[in-house]
Design a protein around this ligand. Structure first.
Ligand code: NDP
Length: 453
């Protein structure tokens, strides 16, 4: 695939690589943005004069800290905590916290960097950030998770507030963890404020926030299908993951009469030849959210489901129209993309953050598969978090319909921005270009307005 301004991009990447060695995920996300924005910057020297891209890839602040906690046997454990406050150009830092053993600085910098553009696309005044720890909540008791969260917040609290940085959940950080984190923040600051989003409804949360990333992903794909004069009815959809994003994407697609063929977790995938039903979904939600079990148990319970151990959903044995990866970064590589193309895939939407490798994205684009990048497709989650912040500031709660209507409006708007910046004169849409340029222009203009800060 030929790339315009390749030598300028390579020169830029060499400098970024020298400054950030061994940060492969971060460098991957920077390259995606550089490939799109550098040709644009070459045509718009105002951004070059202000050295915008070099400034954008440098986080405003990175905080790294020790998190000691006592486990159930009385042993003192230690994990590493992080908060990457990447950009406050258009609003206070905003982005989730991830608790997973794979967490490191590279992963959080890539997620924080993506978040800048994603948040800009929502049209809400939100800067970009990400944080977390290499802590694994799996197999820990509620008490151990609480102790860890309290210790994590004991350090984090001095770096966040409702005006500076408002964290949320991500992989391994759900309602339970947000509760413990919020409790400790409130205790330390003696303040009940909307400093975290993803809170329970009883104490400042928003209706639709749990559903927002999955629903928003589907709303974006509905717009993509509409533009191609199609709809969800009868579409064969492969999904990965079985967590928050996957669950609500599946719920919405079943409602729209699409056929979900796969779900997965880190141990394997489950295949439903005739599509998953609402009964399967209900069982999966109980299994994952309450019992913290494995998807293999779905095939034990329902004889019509088949389980494939240690295999990704992308090896599914049948034809497929659409793929929505909802698990984790780089879970779909070039070989998987090739297999999916051979199986007939025509639409891809990233429910997760950067689940497709760069080579996979290039292959999809080369083969004219319509490809929606995560920073646009899954922005519904942070958009609903922004709506939660607005309700907290007003000290009231909006009804479900009102929040859902706003979410739908935002997702349609994000799709429209992608089309505005990504459509060529033949009517072909490059969603990667559209999402990156729309986000870049908004943040870059704000940075220019605010001077060299
Ligand atoms: P959850 O923790 O709820 O679920 C993650 C799911 O992915 C689990 O089913 C997990 O399986 C699976 N998974 C993790 N690693 C792998 C792997 N290597 N291979 C296969 N499956 C794996 O997370 P979310 O649903 O909240 O997040 C999923 C993705 O969406 C992430 O990339 C996140 O950053 C992104 N996202 C989430 C938003 C949100 O609002 N929640 C907002 C925007 C993006 P297991 O149970 O085995 O760990």
């Amino acid at each position: 695939m030929s790339i315009p301004c390749e030598s300028e991009i390579n020169a830029f990447m060499e400098e970024v690589e020298a400054k950030n060695p061994n940060e492969s995920e971060f460098l991957q996300s920077v390259r995606e943005v550089a490939e799109i924005t550098i040709p644009y910057i070459e045509k718009h020297p105002v951004y070059k004069e202000a050295n915008i891209l070099y400034r954008m890839v440098e986080p405003e602040r990175v905080i790294m800290f020790r998190v000691p906690w006592v486990d159930r046997t009385g042993r003192i454990q230690v994990n590493r905590g992080y908060r990457v406050q990447f950009s406050s150009a258009i609003g206070p830092y905003k982005g989730g916290l991830r608790f997973h053993p794979s967490v490191n600085l590279s992963i959080l910098k890539f997620l924080g960097f993506e978040q800048i553009f994603k948040n800009a696309l929502t049209t809400l005044p939100l800067g970009g950030a990400k944080g977390g720890a290499d802590f694994d909540p799996k197999g820990k008791s509620d008490r151990e998770v609480m102790k860890f969260c309290q210790s994590f917040m004991t350090e984090l609290h001095r770096h966040i507030s409702k005006y500076t940085d408002i964290p949320a959940g991500d992989i391994g950080v759900g309602k339970r963890e947000i509760g413990y984190l919020f409790g400790q923040y409130k205790r330390m600051e003696n303040e009940f404020t909307g400093v975290l989003t993803g809170k329970d409804l009883n104490w400042g949360g928003s209706l639709i926030r749990p559903e927002a990333t999955g629903y928003g992903t589907v709303y974006f794909m509905v717009e993509m299908l509409k533009k191609a004069k199609e709809d969800f009815e009868g579409k064969r959809v492969a999904i990965s993951g079985s967590g928050n994003v996957a669950q609500f994407a599946i719920e919405k697609i079943i409602e729209l009469k699409g056929k979900i063929l796969t779900v997965s977790d880190s141990s394997g995938y489950v295949y439903a030849k005739d599509g998953f039903t609402t009964d399967h979904l209900k069982f999966m939600m109980e299994l994952k959210n309450k019992e913290r079990g494995r998807v293999s148990e779905m095939a034990d319970k329902f004889s019509e489901l088949e389980y494939f151990e240690n295999e990704p959903a992308w090896n599914l044995p049948c034809e497929v129209d659409m793929v929505i990866p909802c698990a984790t970064q780089n879970e779909l590589d070039e070989q998987h993309a090739q297999n999916l193309i051979e199986k007939g895939v025509r639409f891809v939407g990233e429910g997760a953050n950067m689940p497709c490798t760069t080579d996979a994205v290039h292959l999809f684009q080369e083969k004219k598969v319509l490809f929606g990048p995560g920073k646009a497709v899954n922005a519904g989650g942070v958009a609903a978090s922004g709506l939660e912040m607005a309700q907290n500031a007003l000290q009231l709660s909006w009804e479900r319909g009102k929040v859902e209507e706003k979410l739908l409006f935002i997702m349609k708007n994000i799709h429209a921005q992608c089309v505005h910046y990504g459509e060529d004169k033949h009517g072909e849409i490059d969603y990667v270009k559209g999402a990156n340029l729309a986000g870049f222009v908004k943040v870059a203009n704000a940075m220019i307005d605010q001077g060299a800060v």
